[in-house]
Design a protein around this ligand. Structure first.
Ligand SMILES: C[S@@+](CC[C@H](N)C(=O)[O-])C[C@H]1O[C@@H](n2cnc3c(N)ncnc32)[C@H](O)[C@@H]1O
Length: 310
């Protein structure tokens, strides 16, 4: 009887320990104190106000800037949304792009199909800090209740599916995709909020292009975001995105940007999404930060090679 009781206590203790371990591994424990310091510096950039806002931290890009930066399919995907659809803008800054979507100027530029669409999608902006302008408050009050929402004080990873729900279009223009210190968790969350056959549009500045022919924009500096495999060799961002199960990915180099931009269109084509896990090995605060990630698990081909030599 006592042995049974002890086994029971041990089992409970084991379960508690496992839960604690799980929580710690899911929460953001920086890989090193140095990364922790840089994440704190980054936080002060988010919270900066007035003259303290660093040069290069732009929070008021228009919808036209979005259409110019994102993959060519973005403009049409947004224009095709109907009144029962939803658009999430991650890292929305002041939410200018969303406000532009509800203007007559947008309707004039996207007149075809207007009758069929009838009215517009609901749009949700999320930002770590509150950068709403008086115009946001005014437009939100004039539009149908909850047509536009602005959520702040949390990162994307801190929202549950029950809170945010599903979206047919998700955008991120130099928002969380460029700033997160946990890229694989970020993409996993995005794909969780994306409806089946929905599209995620985003960009990264100064990264290796899909064809691998470019060099870092600033001589002597690395690319802004880099991924390596578990053995240390570079894996392109596009190649990593294409290794995610249940998505179709296109990568486009955009000209006319300084530094150059790579635009990504990720379409969810089935529900069993699996994102290859990354570990953060370098993070330096900035606008955007400099980041290096490494694949947590060795690639299957190199495992095969190791197996063959032994
Ligand atoms: C440079 S501003 C870009 C704003 C806007 N997209 C634009 O182009 O004007 C960066 C935005 O990303 C947000 N951000 C950064 N990391 C985020 C995360 N993990 N989740 C949600 N928002 C994030 C910031 O709070 C801020 O709103």
């Amino acid at each position: 009887m006592n042995a049974l009781k002890n086994t029971g206590i041990r089992l409970v203790a084991l379960l508690v320990l496992q839960t604690l371990w799980l929580e710690t591994s899911l929460s953001q424990v920086p890989a090193s104190p140095r990364i922790g310091e840089e994440i704190s510096k980054q936080e002060s950039i988010y919270q900066s106000k007035g003259e303290q806002v660093p040069e290069g931290y732009y929070t008021d890009r228009s919808l036209w800037d979005y259409a110019r930066a994102l993959s060519s399919g973005f403009d049409r995907a947004l224009a095709n949304l109907g009144p029962n659809d939803r658009w999430l803008d991650i890292g929305a800054g002041g939410g200018q792009a969303i406000l532009d979507y509800y203007t007559p100027a947008y309707d004039l530029a996207h007149w075809e199909g207007w009758e069929r669409r009838n009215w517009k999608a609901q749009a949700v902006a999320i930002s770590i800090e509150d950068r709403r302008t008086p115009r946001w408050q005014q437009d939100a009050a004039n539009l149908e209740k909850n047509k536009i929402q602005y959520l702040f004080n949390r990162r994307l990873r801190e929202y549950s599916f029950d809170e945010l729900g599903q979206f047919q279009v998700i955008t991120d223009v130099i928002g969380g995709f460029s700033y997160t210190d946990n890229l694989s968790l970020f993409v996993e969350k995005v794909l969780g909020f994306l409806d089946l056959y929905g599209s995620f549009f985003s960009i990264l500045q100064d990264v290796r292009s899909e064809d691998g022919t470019n060099r870092p924009h600033y001589a002597g500096s690395p690319f802004l975001t880099e991924i390596s495999n578990a053995e240390g060799s570079e894996v392109g961002i596009c190649a990593w995105l294409k290794s995610i199960a249940c998505v179709e990915v296109t990568c486009e180099s955009k000209t006319g940007w300084k530094p150059p931009v790579e635009a990504f269109h990720i379409r969810k084509v089935c529900n069993d999404v699996t994102v290859p896990a990354l570990v953060t090995i370098h993070y330096e605060a900035g606008t955007p930060p400099e980041r290096r990630f490494q694949l947590r698990n060795p690639s299957p081909s190199s495992q095969g090679r190791t197996g063959a030599t032994h």
